[in-house]
Design a protein around this ligand. Structure first.
Ligand code: DHB
Ligand code: MG
Length: 230
């Protein structure tokens, strides 16, 4: 009986998600191409979902973003959503560690028609961030890279922002089960999870931020940490 209820709830959730996606966040050829390219090049299929992509666009519009910074490009899927929220004279910089991935991203941006307003910088994000001070401030910053470095990325995101900028970090909900297990004296917390937990703690009470965690993935087990800079 319990299994049946879980199955029904899962089916309902999936149908709601598919309906919202179809109504408000349908993928076009450019977005579908970037997913296909990611698969062909063996990149991990861990991108955000279309509803999250549309939410990023909404945040970009809400802060009238003309300058966007993304930390962690992966295959360029989230970057396409973000770049499409920019006005014609807007610009997005995305930071990617892996040079091969960066090539896939550039090709996907070209396919999606956002090559002109985007720039892919290759190498460790921590090396690029100090150089970006003179290119800021950024109106929206999306963090979706190595989780252990999230607290350091937050520090830079605040430095590179202005009052009213929006800082979003992916995957900030998934860290809680590890914390609960540790509280029950079961298991260690790895560096990635520690980075996420710290990020949430820092944003929660930060004097320069108003923040909220949104459990907004497919099954409520992961999601965005969203902060607005005061
Ligand atoms: C992983 C990273 C992500 O950014 C994500 O959205 C999902 C999974 C990972 O490293 O496993
Ligand atoms: Mg992610």
């Amino acid at each position: 009986m319990a299994d049946e209820i879980v199955e029904q709830q899962t089916a309902l959730r999936q149908r709601i998600e598919a309906t919202i996606t179809g109504m408000f966040a349908p993928e076009d050829e450019g977005l579908r191409h970037s997913l296909q390219a990611a698969k062909e090049h063996g990149l991990p299929e861990i991108q955000i979902n279309p509803i999250q992509g549309k939410l990023l666009q909404l945040f970009a519009k809400a802060c009238q973003a003309r300058q966007i910074l993304e930390i962690g490009s992966l295959a360029g899927y989230s970057g396409i959503w973000l770049a499409r929220a920019l006005p014609a004279d807007g610009h997005m910089i995305t930071l990617e560690l892996n040079p091969k991935h960066a090539e896939v991203v550039r090709a996907s941006f070209a396919q999606a028609g956002v090559a002109e307003r985007t720039e892919v910088l290759v190498g460790p994000a921590m090396q690029h961030l100090p150089e970006l001070v003179e290119r800021g401030p950024f109106d929206l910053i999306f963090i979706d890279a190595d989780k252990a470095s999230y607290p350091a990325y937050l520090e830079w995101a605040i430095k590179l922002s202005r009052s009213g900028s929006i800082i979003i970090a992916d995957n900030c909900v998934r860290c809680f089960p590890a914390l609960w297990a540790q509280e029950d004296r079961q298991g260690e917390i790895d560096a990635d999870t520690q980075g996420l937990l710290k990020y949430n703690q820092l944003t929660k009470d930060h004097p320069e931020l108003t923040s909220l965690l949104l459990a907004n993935d497919e099954d409520y087990t992961d999601g965005f940490n969203v902060s607005v800079v005061k």
